[in-house]
Design a protein around this ligand. Sequence first.
Ligand SMILES: NC(=O)c1ccc[n+]([C@@H]2O[C@H](COP(=O)([O-])OP(=O)(O)OC[C@H]3O[C@@H](n4cnc5c(N)ncnc54)[C@H](OP(=O)(O)O)[C@@H]3O)[C@@H](O)[C@H]2O)c1
Length: 279
Amino acid sequence: MKVLVFGSNGQLGREITRQFQSKYELVLQNIPSLDITNYQSVADLISYTSPAVVINAAAYTNVEKAEDDEESVFKVNALGAHNLALACRKFQTKLVHISTDYVFDGTTNVEYEEFDPHNPLSVYGKSKLWGEKLVEQVGGEYFILRTSWLYGDGQNFVRTMLKLAEQRDHLTVVADQYGTPTYTKDLVWVIERLMQTEFYGLYHASNQGSTTWCDFARKIFVLAGKSVQVEPVSTAEYPQKAKRPPNSVMDNKMLRLRGLDVMRTWEEALQDYIENECR
Ligand SMILES: NC(=O)c1ccc[n+]([C@@H]2O[C@H](COP(=O)([O-])OP(=O)(O)OC[C@H]3O[C@@H](n4cnc5c(N)ncnc54)[C@H](OP(=O)(O)O)[C@@H]3O)[C@@H](O)[C@H]2O)c1
């Protein structure tokens, strides 16, 4: 099976490459990512290479910077997604598109299901929601997977904490935002299973369970054997430009109903990551 990955140099893209390169024919994996904002280039590439599946792991992901860069963010996260959906429909190719928990405002304290109302608080969240809607509008054979607090081969919260542990023995971390850390390795397991099916639609795809950034940091230090004191702070005490949802925990309801939820608990996944990728 031929698979074409956009954003193959990002942390999710690298994990897809790692897991898929011995099983599938990865198209043009060694050239730099093609710009998804250019419809003609995207369409030409899909037409020329005829993949069975296109995976969109490309995105503008800097949530803070996005607040001051709205045009560029929408160009990548909304228009880029639209371009891939249009080209995939034209050439009857399956599309796997990745979205985010930041489409929710987090004002409820229950786990979000796929069709709960969304109300993004940040430019990044809005642009990702537009991306979802444009993919849905185009139709075709698409899967949209919303994931959360992603880490893998790249810059992420786990690596930032481990780096800080080398310089400090005391940290303050936000303790009133709830979500679910998700390992790219586990997300790719889900992508692989889903892309073999015809169960098109919207899915939540995070590791199981939930935590706060503060308890996530504490768990990272325990698993990595670092003695760092982590003090909780509130979001109000740690002001950031982009508003984050206080609760963005998602229920993988559609994956579960389909019998396709292979996600481990976030603690098991984190242990695997720290033991195998951070030593
Ligand atoms: N990271 C998280 O915590 C998180 C949470 C929830 C959902 N997600 C979603 O998960 C997906 C993967 O995220 P990630 O963490 O792997 O992101 P990432 O590491 O930032 O990688 C994104 C990739 O997209 C590429 N890219 C940016 N603009 C592009 C364009 N115009 N055309 C082609 N490629 C472009 C980037 O290339 P350059 O490096 O060259 O710019 C980069 O390689 C994204 O859809 C993201 O929104 C992420």
